[in-house]
Write a protein that binds this ligand. Structure first.
Ligand SMILES: [Fe+2]
Ligand SMILES: [Fe+2]
Length: 152
């Protein structure tokens, strides 16, 4: 039961990480065109880090024999999010993506803890911390900030 939940979770976050990586990359390109260079650079580095998360999770899953085949359906509503030419809309969207990633990783980490699966709990907790950092890296745009302590 726990293992099935874990596999389902891994499939979900693999899609989310890939979608986020693509979205960040597209948003970064758009904002470069609009002259928001500082924000564009930040979004580009996020795009690379989300892709790195994707690879880390793939590696974790394969090292633990959790995925025999990967069937990823990209969330096109994220990838094709229409308001890419509006910097504020982009910010709202990425903040929303980061918040839901933080919630997901926190929830799975706690579930793993309850099942005494410390390694898995710690693995997802580290990714959660990166997502909190991502959220806060964007705070210069509209001042929204999360306290790490509140999320732990
Ligand atoms: Fe991520
Ligand atoms: Fe992130």
């Amino acid at each position: 039961m726990y293992k099935e939940k874990l596999i389902g979770f891994i499939e979900k976050v693999l899609m989310d990480e890939l979608s986020a990586s693509i979205y960040y990359a597209k948003a970064s390109n758009e904002l470069t065109g609009l002259g928001s260079q500082e924000v564009a650079e930040e979004l580009k580095s996020h795009s690379e880090e989300e892709y790195e998360h994707f690879n880390q999770i793939m590696e974790f899953a394969s090292n633990h024999g959790l995925l025999t085949s990967v069937n990823i359906h990209l969330d096109m509503s994220v990838v094709n999010y229409p308001e890419l030419s509006n910097a504020n809309a982009v910010m709202r969207k990425v903040q929303e993506l980061e918040k839901s990633a933080i919630r997901d990783y926190k929830c799975m980490s706690m579930r793993a803890m309850l099942h005494k699966d410390i390694e898995t709990a710690m693995f997802f907790r580290e990714i959660m911390k990166d997502e909190i950092e991502h959220f806060n890296d964007l705070s210069f745009v509209n001042g929204d900030k999360l306290e790490v302590n509140n999320m732990e």
